[in-house]
Design a protein around this ligand. Structure first.
Ligand code: NAD
Length: 496
C-alpha cells in the first residue's frame, strides 16, 4: 500500500517538538535505578518521527527475581501501615504527578505519538486515579462483626493479597500503570510492574519522580519483553496475583503460566465495542460520538467505538453524517496544535492496521473515507470508515486497534442485540436512542462490562471498568479494583 497524494488527510507537524525529559537508564528495584543482569537493550522509538528516544534494559529473569525479592521484603512493612498512612502516600504521588504534568505529557506523547490533548487527558485521569484510590482505601465495607453461628463471633479481616505482578500495554502507558499501582498500593500490596517494551519511559519516569515518597521495594519496575520478563512475573512462585492489560493472546498466556502456582489472575483484555444506533436516535449526536470515541487515541483504545450497527431506515443519513465528521478529523504530531489523532504506536502495528485495510478491500467492502497510509516520517494512517459491511464480515469481530470504524445495518431490535453480542469480546458497548423503554431494556441484554446510553468512552474513577467473555475478568477503577487486590479472612471466636 502506498501513501495517498490526493490527500484529504495530511500530517500537521510541530515546528519543533518539545524535548522529552527521559528517565534514568536502568530498572527501578528496591528503591533505586540499577543495571540489568543482561547487556541486552531495547530501542524506544518516537513513532511520530521514527527517531530513537533512548535505549532501556532488555530485562532478564534474574531482574524479575530481584524485583520480586524486593517486593517480598517490603511486603510486611507496607501491609502493616494504616489505610490513612497509605492514603497519604497515594495523595503525595498524585501531587508529584500534577507538579510534573507537562513533563509527563511531553514524554508520553513522544513515546506514543499521541496528540497533546490525549496525553493531557491521560495524565489528568492518572492523577484522579491516585486521589480516588487514596480515599477509597480508607472506606472498605464488609459485613459487621457479629454472631452468625451460636456462641461464635465472626470478624472479617481485609488483607492485602501480597506481591502483585503487573503487565501493562502501550496505548495509555502511564494511565494503565496508574490504574493498577493506585489500588494495588491502596489495598496494602507491594508490586512489580513491567510496562510494554515499546512504551516504558513514562512509567520509569514516574518511578524516578516518586522514589522519595514510597518505601524501598514497595513499587518496582522491570523492563523487557512479554516473553521473558512478563512470563517470569506470571510464573514466579512469590507473586501472589498477576494483573495484565493487553491482548487476549497475552492474557491467555499469562493465565496459563499463572496456573502452576495457582496465583490469582486479573485480566483486562481486548475489545470490539458495538455502537447500536436505533432509528429514533439523535443521528448527529451519534455521528459526533463515534468521531470522538472511535478515533480517540487513533482508535488504539480497547473500548473504541469501532463497530457501528445502525437501523437500516437511518443508515444512509447516519453514514453521511459520520463520513462528514471523520473527513474533518485532523492528523498530526504531538505538539501540532489541534491534531485529533496522532501516529500508530509502531511500525509493526502500522503494518498490521494496513494489512487489515487490505483485507477490507479483499472482502469487497466499501471504504467511504480514508483507508490509506499518510506520508511519513511517522506511522500515520488516515481516519477510515468502512461501509456495506455484512453480518459475517471479519471486520465485525477482529480488533483492528486503529483509526477504522465499520458500519453494519440491522432491521429489528432483536437482530441488533443478537448481532452486537456476536463477538468474543465483552468489554464495552453503546446504545443510541431517544426512546426511554429501549434505553432501559437494551443495555440489560448486552453482554458487555460497560454499556453507555447516548454516549461512549466516558470513564469515571468511581465506576468499575472491565470485561466479560474474551475481554477478561477482574475490574479496574472503583472500589471493586481495591476488592480485587485484597483478600478476606474470616476469624471466628467461640465464646460459648
Ligand atoms: P500486548 O498483549 O501485545 O502486550 C501487553 C503487555 O503484555 C506488554 O507489556 C507485553 O510485553 C506483555 N506480554 C505479551 N506477551 C506476554 C506473555 N506471554 N507473558 C507475559 N506478558 C506478556 O498488548 P498491546 O499491544 O500492548 O496492547 C493492546 C491490547 O491491549 C489490545 O488488545 C487492547 O484491547 C488491550 N487493552 C485492554 C484494555 C482494557 O482495559 N481492557 C486497556 C488497554 C489495552
Amino acid at each position: 500500500m502506498t501513501a495517498t497524494d490526493t490527500a484529504l488527510f495530511t500530517v500537521r507537524r510541530a515546528a519543533a517538538a518539545p524535548a522529552a525529559s527521559l528517565p534514568p537508564f536502568g530498572q527501578f528495584i528496591g528503591g533505586a535505578f540499577i543495571p540489568s543482569t543482561s547487556d541486552a537493550t531495547v530501542e524506544v522509538v518516537n513513532p511520530a518521527t521514527e527517531e530513537v528516544l533512548m535505549q532501556v534494559p532488555g530485562g532478564s529473569v534474574e531482574d524479575v527475581d530481584a524485583a520480586v525479592a524486593a517486593a517480598l521484603a517490603a511486603k510486611a512493612g507496607w501491609a502493616a501501615k494504616t489505610p490513612q498512612d497509605r492514603s497519604a502516600v497515594l495523595l503525595r504521588i498524585a501531587d508529584v504527578i500534577e507538579a510534573n504534568r507537562e513533563l509527563l505529557e511531553t514524554l508520553e506523547a513522544a513515546n506514543t505519538g499521541k496528540p497533546g490533548a490525549v496525553a493531557e487527558d491521560d495524565i489528568s485521569s492518572a492523577i484522579d486515579t491516585f486521589r480516588f484510590s487514596a480515599g477509597a482505601a480508607r472506606t472498605f465495607n464488609t459485613p459487621g462483626a457479629g454472631d452468625y453461628a451460636e456462641n461464635h463471633t465472626s470478624v472479617i479481616l481485609r488483607e492485602p493479597v501480597g506481591v502483585v505482578g503487573v503487565i501493562t500495554p502501550w496505548n495509555y502507558p502511564l494511565l494503565m500503570a496508574a490504574w493498577k499501582i493506585a489500588p494495588i498500593l491502596g489495598a496494602g500490596n507491594t508490586l512489580v510492574l513491567k510496562p510494554s517494551e515499546q512504551t516504558p519511559l513514562s512509567t520509569l519516569k514516574l518511578a524516578e519522580l516518586i522514589a522519595a515518597e514510597i518505601p524501598a521495594g514497595v513499587l518496582n519496575i522491570v523492563t523487557g519483553s512479554g516473553r521473558v520478563t512478563g512470563h517470569r512475573i506470571s510464573e514466579h512462585p512469590d507473586v501472589d496475583l498477576v494483573a495484565i492489560t493487553g491482548s487476549v493472546g497475552s492474557g491467555q498466556q499469562v493465565a496459563a503460566s499463572a496456573a502452576n502456582t495457582v496465583k490469582r489472575v486479573h485480566l483486562e483484555l481486548g475489545g470490539k465495542a458495538p455502537v447500536v444506533v436505533f432509528d429514533d436516535a439523535d443521528l448527529e449526536a451519534a455521528a459526533k460520538g463515534v468521531r470522538s470515541a472511535g478515533f480517540w487515541n487513533g482508535g488504539q483504545e480497547c473500548g473504541s467505538a469501532c463497530r457501528v450497527l445502525v437501523h437500516e431506515s437511518v443508515a444512509a443519513k447516519f453514514t453521511e453524517l459520520l463520513v462528514r465528521e471523520v473527513s474533518e478529523i485532523t492528523v498530526g504530531t504531538p505538539g501540532a496544535g489541534d491534531a485529533e489523532i496522532g501516529s500508530m504506536i509502531s511500525k509493526a502495528h502500522y503494518d498490521r492496521v494496513l494489512a487489515a485495510l487490505q483485507d477490507v478491500r479483499n472482502d469487497g467492502l466499501t471504504i467511504a473515507v480514508g483507508g490509506n497510509a499518510i506520508e511519513g516520517p511517522g506511522y500515520f494512517i488516515e481516519p477510515t470508515v468502512v461501509t456495506n459491511v455484512p453480518a459475517s464480515a471479519a471486520i465485525t469481530s477482529t480488533e483492528i486497534f486503529g483509526p477504522v470504524v465499520s458500519v453494519e445495518t440491522f432491521s429489528t431490535d432483536e437482530e441488533a442485540i443478537t448481532r452486537a453480542n456476536e463477538t468474543v469480546y465483552g468489554l464495552a458497548a453503546s446504545v443510541w436512542s431517544t426512546n426511554a423503554a429501549r434505553a432501559l431494556s437494551v443495555p440489560r441484554r448486552l453482554d458487555f462490562g460497560t454499556v453507555w446510553v447516548n454516549s461512549h468512552l466516558v470513564i469515571a474513577n468511581e465506576m468499575p471498568w472491565g470485561g466479560f467473555k474474551g475481554s477478561g475478568y477482574g475490574r479496574d477503577l472503583s472500589a471493586y479494583a481495591l476488592e480485587d487486590f485484597s483478600r478476606t479472612k474470616h476469624i471466628m471466636y467461640n465464646h460459648g
